[in-house]
Design a protein around this ligand. Structure first.
Ligand code: GDP
Ligand code: ZN
Length: 293
């Protein structure tokens, strides 16, 4: 009987379906699979694993997570990133972006007590004026909006990324890849390193991967998101994700107020008094209606 190998520790730096690239604390890369069919691992997870060959291993244990960013539909959920401190939502004037998707991304982050930052990219485009206006309700709610032109200069983002583990999210075409190449000097080299490690086309669907920005800052990139289901959240958790609504939550006359036609609704009163943006109120109602069928 073979003696079990000592467990090693590391961080999941890339997820490819059911396989995970783990960088050990000794700075070795190993392709690992989780023990057991059900266990789900996310990019950013700290794990203990057993080596099974020179560059392969089995994940035996996932360390407790400080946060877990995920999206969900009725019968499935997709883990995006573990242990992240904030999300950065990349948008641009062109192609057009969805305000509902932005709200969904933020609601998912707020439930995990992660901050949300909006990155308005392609600020060199004239249409940025109207994109900025569409983001005004998010800025008014308290979310930071940073404007950049990733093609030219990403440095305005560095102070807000420093010391954080940031999940980069956004619809495709917004300039996320351009941004990563601008922020991470060796991004392409590290992509080549991963491809060389995997050395075949079998793992091409990358779900998420980590870049080190500096000693204290990580970026977790995940492929373009066109939808972000919040099936795992209750109505109250979705309302809570609209941060400027919080002073009014729980103040309606009826505990189970749907903020629709009920008398004494504190949120409707806040909207009518101009204390919360009508647009945000409408987006909240639309998201809850879509998720709580
Ligand atoms: P991704 O799908 O989010 O990764 O987007 P890409 O990084 O591939 O960028 C999509 C397109 O937008 C490409 O043609 C980029 O050259 C362009 N793009 C990215 N950043 C900027 C920018 O700051 N200004 C302009 N004008 N175009 C940009
Ligand atoms: Zn109400």
């Amino acid at each position: 009987m073979s003696v079990p190998a000592a467990l090693m520790q590391g961080i999941v730096v890339a997820a490819f379906g059911r396989q995970y690239l783990v960088r050990s604390d000794a700075d070795e890369m190993l392709l690992c699979v989780p023990r057991g069919k059900k266990s789900e691992v996310a990019c950013g997870d700290r794990v203990s694993f057993a080596r099974t060959s020179a560059n392969q291993g089995v994940i035996e244990h996932i360390e407790p997570r400080s946060t877990l960013y995920l999206r969900s539909a009725a019968y499935r959920q997709k883990l995006i990133a573990a242990n992240a401190t904030q999300i950065a939502i990349v948008v641009a004037a062109e192609p057009s972006f969805s305000e509902e998707l932005i709200c969904r991304l933020i609601v998912g982050a707020e439930e995990q007590r992660m901050k949300s930052l909006l990155v308005l990219n392609k600020s060199d485009l004239p249409a940025t004026v109207s994109a900025r206006a569409r983001l005004a309700c998010f800025a008014a709610a308290g979310h930071r909006v940073v404007e950049i032109s990733a093609l030219h200069d990403c440095s305005a983002l560095l102070p807000v990324l420093h010391g954080e583990t940031t999940v980069l999210v956004g619809q495709s075409g917004m300039g996320k890849s351009t941004l990563i190449n601008g922020l991470v000097p060796d991004a392409e080299a590290s992509t080549r390193e991963i491809s060389a490690f995997l050395d075949s086309g079998r793992h091409t669907t990358t779900h998420a991967r980590i870049y080190r920005l500096d000693a204290d800052s990580l970026l977790i990139d995940c492929p373009g998101l066109q939808e972000f289901g919040l099936h795992h959240l209750s109505r109250g958790e979705m309302e809570y994700g609209f941060v400027e609504f919080r002073p009014f939550l729980g103040k309606c006359r009826f505990n189970d107020c749907l903020h629709d036609v009920e008398p004494g609704c504190a949120l409707i009163a806040a909207r009518d008094a101009g204390l919360v943006a009508a647009r945000r109120f409408e987006l909240m109602r639309r998201i809850i209606a879509a998720e709580r069928v």
